[in-house]
Design a protein around this ligand. Structure first.
Ligand code: GDP
Ligand code: MG
Length: 304
């Protein structure tokens, strides 16, 4: 049973997207530094990269901080072109954090990320409220936030719980176990189970979650994904030779981890989930759940 579900996931067709400019999708990337965030983004999109631009082509330039970097790519999946803006953040885990959400040094480490996400909502709202409404609005909202969990095999860190909780209130959070090649298969399964229990215990709503509009098939797919989460991934920016064929992987003294081999890690599931099965839903959920919550709060504040 488990098998047919996972096969389903990888076989899912690409969601057709009309116009790349109409559905840009952003991914923010959070977690402590050295966890392979930049590598993972390059692994997911390298093979689909058509064109890279160092800046957004927005009518209003995004305020760039020295810490948060936004890069715009055009990716191609089954003849569907999509503009994708990747926001790569520095790690915040380098600080000696005390894990209290009231602590200023701790707040300073993750608040810029939350602020960045809210700033995109705010920019979108401003455009919606002005005469530009009838024009096409460049969408720089963050549609997915990959959260990188250190492969300790133990439990989540207190800071992970605080930050994921905050993030999940403003963005679709997709937790992943970084550098999972350092864990055995049994360790990965146990770690995943513990993380799922901790997320549930702390009432952290990670993506995907069901809404009333979801039909039975969508619910089943979401359930299959949730039972696999967090995806245990391995990233690599290089090809290594296996049986005379180049594969995306990492070579060790004892062998090769092929990142695209589903026996080795969950990379394929993550990529299909983000770029195919749930791309459209990530965009809709951002607009209907996260942006809508932001918008109604802002409009209410304006009235008062
Ligand atoms: P970032 O600071 O989170 O952006 O991390 P980087 O992508 O710069 O990667 C930090 C180091 O970890 C680099 O030397 C990568 O080659 C290595 N690395 C990245 N992904 C993996 C992985 O999945 N497994 C292992 N073992 N190393 C990785
Ligand atoms: Mg990096």
């Amino acid at each position: 049973e488990e098998r047919s579900r996972t096969n389903n996931l990888s076989a899912s067709p690409t969601t057709p997207l009309a116009d790349p400019a109409a559905f840009p999708c952003l991914a923010a990337n959070t977690g402590q530094s050295g966890l392979g965030k930049s590598t993972m983004i390059n692994t997911i999109f390298a093979s689909h990269l058509v064109d890279t631009k160092g800046r957004f082509e927005a009518d209003e330039p995004i305020r760039q901080t020295t810490e948060i970097q936004a890069v715009s790519h055009v990716v191609q999946e089954n003849n569907v072109r999509l503009r994708l803006n990747i926001v790569d953040t520095p790690g915040y885990g380098d600080l000696r954090v005390c894990f209290k959400s009231s602590c200023t040094p701790c707040r300073n480490s993750w608040e810029p990320i939350i602020k960045y996400i809210k700033d995109q909502h705010s920019a979108y709202l401003r455009k919606e409220l002005t005469a530009m409404r009838d024009k096409h609005i460049v969408d720089t909202r963050i549609h997915a936030c990959l959260y990188f969990i250190a492969p300790t095999g133990h439990t989540l860190k207190a800071i992970d719980i605080v930050v994921m909780k905050k993030l999940s209130e403003v963005v679709n959070v997709v937790p992943v176990i970084a550098k999972s090649d350092s864990l055995t298969l049994e360790e990965r399964e146990a770690f995943k189970e513990r993380i799922r229990a901790e997320l549930a215990h702390n009432e952290i709503r990670v993506y995907p979650f069901d809404t009333e509009e979801n039909d039975a098939e969508e619910r089943q797919l979401n359930q299959a994904i949730r039972s696999m989460m967090p995806f245990a991934v391995v990233g690599s920016e290089r090809n290594v030779m296996v049986d005379g064929q180049p594969v995306r992987g990492r070579k060790n003294r004892w062998g090769v981890v092929n990142v695209e081999n589903e026996q080795h890690c969950d990379f394929n599931y993550l990529r299909n989930f983000l770029t195919r099965t749930h791309l459209q839903d990530l965009i809709e959920t951002t607009s209907m759940v996260h942006y809508e919550a932001f918008r109604s709060k802002q409009l209410l504040a304006l009235k008062e």
